[in-house]
Structures are given as structure tokens and as C-alpha cells.
Design a protein around this ligand. Structure first.
Ligand code: PEP
Ligand code: MG
Length: 590
């Protein structure tokens, strides 16, 4: 944190939910992607040439901005990803569109921004109804470019997130996981959003990017202005406007304490995640992008327990083909060697929408065509990924799992597609690991309840508590209004975890937890006591969990789990967990 001097303006505090630890101070940048209403007025005949001139300059300026952005993205994440902007350039050069705008201007004599917006929107809705998926995709490009041209015409420039090139604290009504993937890590010091929750994928991304973040700040993005001086505290979920000298002193002290705890954790890298009485727990890391691998190594994780492959699909002009995916999986797997990596098949849907597929909007996306359901519905996309994973499995350390399984038939269908892919690869003479372990995520209550049957047909279970909690308690994981109901220590969740672990052990397979519960050191003793064999935590949080495991004894953990399983409220169970955590590692707690 850059403390500097305190503000002479009155300090104001906004309370939200801290979802990614750390403290940052800086100037606000407000990202409000929605466009305010475009002005509309009539123009006189003699002013038409001036309107045309304004239009031409706006198109030119837009073209330059797109080229600049393309160059920046190519530098940051590669030329392939920057190719998405080729389609944007085609829109500003589209003669049919431009001629139609000029004809409408002559006929209707309205200001050029309102004419352009109307014509471009009509054009986009025509494309949206086409059968050809390529043409349908172009409608998104038109909307994007229309926004940019109109902004330029009304003299307002709304920079895209990746374009902001000075250090700032980003405030926004909300951020999608794709927005977050595009954040320029060099300049974004932290972010705060009006909406959001702890287990949204945006929050998960923030933790893996090590960016302090606070969500659920209500209407803060409309109350604060760009350039305001703020301090963001990701530990306590606070945003402080105009921090006073006293506040800055307190935060400097807090930061010093946190840094000394973090420094102690660095030494744990080469040590095992074994309890004081010698019980070894496999501690692995969750990753979203190959860039996270250095942190997996630095944190001393025993491999990757969850690779969320869908992030590789977001922000792309088209879906990655088999070769691109194979190269990606192979690279990540070889960097993790000799440890294992569990590649999760695509989990699109829910809060991870993918723009370039043009999928129908769903009323309840978290209950809709998501994850394994989407893959079984789009066999080509699924097979491309399975073939790429199988080929990468030749390295020997690759395992794979299906997300959002709700029952046995889904597993059998998915395995059927997998067998088809294996047969193809055999026929093509391509190498893969015939014995690759295939597991499933347990994140739907029906799967937890049918765990004994599922355990007979799969290689392992990885419990996705983020979704298991949302589906079991019926509480939307990204809705901040009901975040207080999202309780990992709900007795129902404990019972489901226990059932899943017991069913796994009875069938001779292992069961891990890869949801955010695995990263919360307060809950480590409980999960150990429930018999979980593996914890896969956010890559940046692995050292803290390792320290917690090393401080504990299994007798204490089992006793805690037994008591907790007999306790009837989430609050009381949480208190029991906190009591054990405070006894063994007080310095790791908030
Ligand atoms: C989960 O649901 O717990 C999980 C790990 O998957 P995701 O957060 O990607 O939905
Ligand atoms: Mg999930």
C-alpha cells in the first residue's frame, strides 16, 4: 500500500464483503459499461455536412482506438486473442452500414449519433436472426462498436478495462469473470463492486490474481467519482473514501503484521501438509489460467486439484481448437510434474457466460444448460476437449473430472463420449494414458445422496462446495442480498460432506474438497475431521492452509467434526470451528 499523507477531506467508510485479502490505496477509476441514453434532436438542412464530418471523424477515431487496443491485447495475452478485434474493424469499414446511415440522415434529419445507433441496432437484430452462426456472432461486434462510435460522437470516452493505463482502484456495478480475466494487472491495484459474493467466479479470480477485492458495496460505483482518493481493505470488506492520517497509520500497522505472517509462510514451501500427529493430507491448488502455475509452485502445493478450463474459452473470438487446448494442457501438466493435475472439463454457464457461442438466454442459468449438461448437448465441443485432455494425459500426471454431475446416467454418457475419443485416438495412432483417472465433482445434492452408486463407477470425488451450498440451501451464490444465508457450516452441508467421504472410502476411492471452503483456514480442522483426503485451495492461499494443517492434531479434528455433526445451527458450528482455529493458529485468523 502506498500510504502517503492523509486526506484533508472528510473520511467516509463503505462496508461490503471482503473476498480477496490485501490493502491498496489509490485513485478511483469507475467502470460503467452501460451507455446513458443517446441524445436525440433534429438538425437543419444546412448542418447536414457538419454531421457527416462528425461521423467520419468518429469512425476514424474508433478505428484508431480499436487498433491501439488490439496491439495492447496482443502484447498482453497474445495475437490470437487480439484477433477478436478484426471483426470490430470490419464494422467501422462496412460500406453497407455506413451508406444506410447517410441515407437515413438525409431522410430523417436527426443528429448523427441517434441515426447511427438506430441503423446499427437494426442491422445487428437482422444478423441475430440469421441461421449462420458466424453472422450471428457479428451482432455482438456491432453492439460493441456502436457503443464506441456513439461515445466518440458525444465526446465521451469510456475506456475498456484493459485500456486504463495508470494505477487505480477499479469500481464497477459488477464485473464478469471475462472482465476480470482482462484486467491489466500492472495498473489495477484492487477492485470493488456494488454486487457480488464470495464464491462468484469474479471473486475467485481476484484471489488467484492476488488482487485485494471487496464486493457487495451497494451503490458505491454511482456515489464515488473517478479520481477520488480511496483505501480498499480486502480483509475486512471496507472501502474508505479520503482516508485520514489516523486511518493510514492504523493500516500501515495492519499491513506490517500481515506481512510478517506471510513472510513466515514462505518457508513452508518445501514442507509436507502433515498434521502434528503424522496424518498426511494432500494439499493442492486451484488454477484458472496457466499464469497461475508459478504461484502453485511458490506455495508448495502438491499439484493442481482443479484446473477451471473454461477461463481459457472466455474472451476468445472463437473456441480454442484441439491443438490449442492440447498445447495448453500439456504445458500446464508438464510444469506441475511430478505432481498430478486434475483438469476439469468445461463448466460454462451460470456466471460464466461465453459471448461468442450465442446461446439462448436462460431464466435460471445456474439451473440451466451448464457444465456437463452443456457438454453432453454440444458433443463436438466436448469431444474436442476430451481428445486434447487425453493426448495431454500421455505425460502421466493428468487426471480429469466432470463438473455438475447430478446422477449416474450422466457419468455413463460422458464416459461413453470419452470411450469414443479413446477409440479415435487409438485408430489415429496417437498416444494417451489408457489408465487416466476420471473422477467427478460432487456439487449437486442428488450426486451427494447417490454417492455410494457413483463411487463404484468413478476414480475419485472432488466436492465443489461453492455449488453444493448454493443448490442445497437454495441460495444463489452470486446474489449479495441473500449472502447471509450462504452458510458453509450449515448442518446439511456437513452431513452431505460426511456422506460423500464415507461413500468414497467404502468404495476404496478418495474424496477431496475444491470449493472455497478448502481455502478457509477456520474450516480446515472440520474438513480434516470429516475425513476429507485432499484439499484444493486457491493457489495464493495454499501456504496458509498448509500452516493450519501442520498445527493441528487429528484427534482434535475428529472430536470437532463429531460435535459439529450433532450441533443444529450453522452459527454454533462456526463458533466451534473458530475456537479450534484460534487455539492452534491465532495469527492466521482475521
Ligand atoms: C465449486 O462449485 O465448489 C467449484 C469448485 O466449482 P466452481 O466454483 O468453478 O463452480
Ligand atoms: Mg462448481
Amino acid at each position: 500500500m502506498n500510504a502517503g499523507t492523509g486526506s484533508s477531506l472528510p473520511e467516509t467508510r463503505f462496508q461490503g464483503l471482503g473476498v480477496s485479502p490485501g490493502i491498496a490505496r489509490g485513485k478511483v477509476f469507475v467502470h460503467r459499461p452501460e451507455l446513458d441514453a443517446t441524445p436525440q434532436y433534429t438538425v437543419r438542412e444546412e448542418d447536414l455536412p457538419a454531421e457527416i464530418a462528425r461521423f467520419e471523424s468518429a469512425l476514424l477515431l474508433t478505428r484508431t482506438q480499436i487498433l491501439d487496443l488490439q496491439a495492447k491485447i496482443a502484447d498482453a495475452i497474445g495475437a490470437n486473442d487480439a484477433s477478436i478485434f478484426d471483426a470490430h474493424l470490419l464494422v467501422v469499414e462496412d460500406r453497407t452500414l455506413i451508406d444506410e446511415v447517410l441515407r437515413t440522415l438525409q431522410r430523417e434529419r436527426r443528429n448523427i449519433e441517434s441515426v447511427f445507433e438506430q441503423v446499427a441496432n437494426r442491422y445487428a437484430s437482422l444478423l441475430e436472426q440469421m441461421d449462420d452462426p458466424y453472422l450471428r456472432e457479428r451482432c455482438l461486434d456491432i453492439h460493441d462498436v456502436t457503443r464506441r462510435v456513439v461515445m466518440n460522437l458525444i465526446g465521451r470516452h469510456a475506456p475498456a478495462l484493459s485500456e486504463v493505463d495508470y494505477p487505480h482502484i477499479l469500481l464497477a456495478p459488477s464485473l464478469t469473470p471475462s472482465d476480470t480475466a482482462l484486467l491489466n494487472r500492472q495498473y489495477v491495484l484492487a477492485f470493488g463492486t456494488d454486487a457480488g459474493s464470495r464464491t462468484s467466479h469474479t471473486a475467485i479470480m481476484a484471489r488467484s490474481l492476488c488482487l485485494p477485492a471487496v464486493v457487495g458495496l451497494h451503490d458505491v460505483s454511482t456515489r464515488l467519482e473517478a479520481g477520488s482518493d480511496v483505501l480498499l481493505d480486502g480483509y475486512h470488506g471496507l472501502l474508505v473514501l479520503n482516508p485520514s492520517a489516523q486511518t493510514l497509520r492504523e493500516y500501515e500497522e495492519l499491513e506490517r503484521r500481515k506481512q510478517s505472517v506471510e513472510a513466515g509462510l514462505v518457508d513452508l514451501r518445501e514442507t509436507a501438509s502433515t498434521t502434528r500427529d503424522g496424518h498426511h493430507l494432500i494439499l493442492s491448488a486451484n488454477i484458472e489460467l496457466p499464469d497461475d502455475i508459478p504461484m502453485v509452485k511458490a506455495g508448495g502445493a502438491e499439484g493442481v486439484g482443479l484446473y477451471r478450463t473454461e477461463f481459457f474459452y472466455l474472451n476468445k473470438a472463437r473456441l480454442p481448437d484441439e491443438e490449442e487446448q492440447y498445447a495448453n494442457y500439456r504445458q500446464v501438466a508438464s510444469e506441475v510434474l511430478p505432481h498430478p493435475i486434475i483438469i476439469r472439463t468445461l463448466d460454462l454457464g451460470g456466471d460464466k457466460a461465453i459471448g461468442n457461442l450465442n446461446l439462448p438466454t436462460e431464466l435460471n442459468p445456474f439451473l440451466g444448460c451448464r457444465a456437463i449438461r452443456f457438454c453432453l448437448d454440444h458433443r463436438d465441443i466436448f469431444k474436442t476437449q476430451l481428445r486434447a485432455i487425453l493426448r495431454a494425459s500421455a505425460l502421466g500426471n493428468v487426471k480429469m473430472m466432470y463438473p455438475l454431475v447430478s446422477g449416474l446416467e450422466e457419468v455413463r454418457k460422458a464416459n461413453g463420449v470419452l470411450e469414443e475419443c479413446k477409440a479415435e485416438l487409438r485408430a489415429e495412432g496417437r498416444e494417451f494414458n489408457e489408465g487416466m483417472s476420471v473422477g467427478i465433482m460432487i456439487e449437486v445434492p442428488s450426486a451427494a445422496l447417490c454417492a455410494p452408486e457413483l463411487a463404484r463407477e468413478v476414480g475419485f470425488f472432488s466436492i465443489g462446495t461453492n455449488d453444493l451450498i448454493q443448490y442445497c440451501i437454495a441460495v444463489d451464490r452470486v446474489n449479495e442480498r441473500i449472502a447471509h444465508l450462504y452458510e458453509p457450516t450449515h448442518p446439511a452441508i456437513l452431513r452431505l460432506i460426511k456422506m460423500v467421504v464415507d461413500a468414497a472410502h467404502a468404495a476404496g476411492i478418495w474424496a477431496g474438497v475444491c470449493g472455497e471452503m478448502a481455502s478457509e483456514v477456520t474450516l480446515t480442522p472440520l474438513l480434516l475431521g470429516l475425513g476429507v483426503d485432499e484439499l484444493s485451495a486457491g493457489a495464493a492461499l495454499v501456504p496458509r492452509v498448509k500452516r493450519a494443517v501442520q498445527s493441528l492434531e487429528m484427534d482434535v479434528c475428529r472430536a470437532l467434526a463429531e460435535t459439529a455433526l450433532r450441533t443444529d445451527t450453522p452459527g454454533a458450528i462456526l463458533v466451534q470451528c473458530e475456537e479450534v482455529a484460534r487455539r492452534y493458529y491465532p495469527d492466521l485468523l482475521g
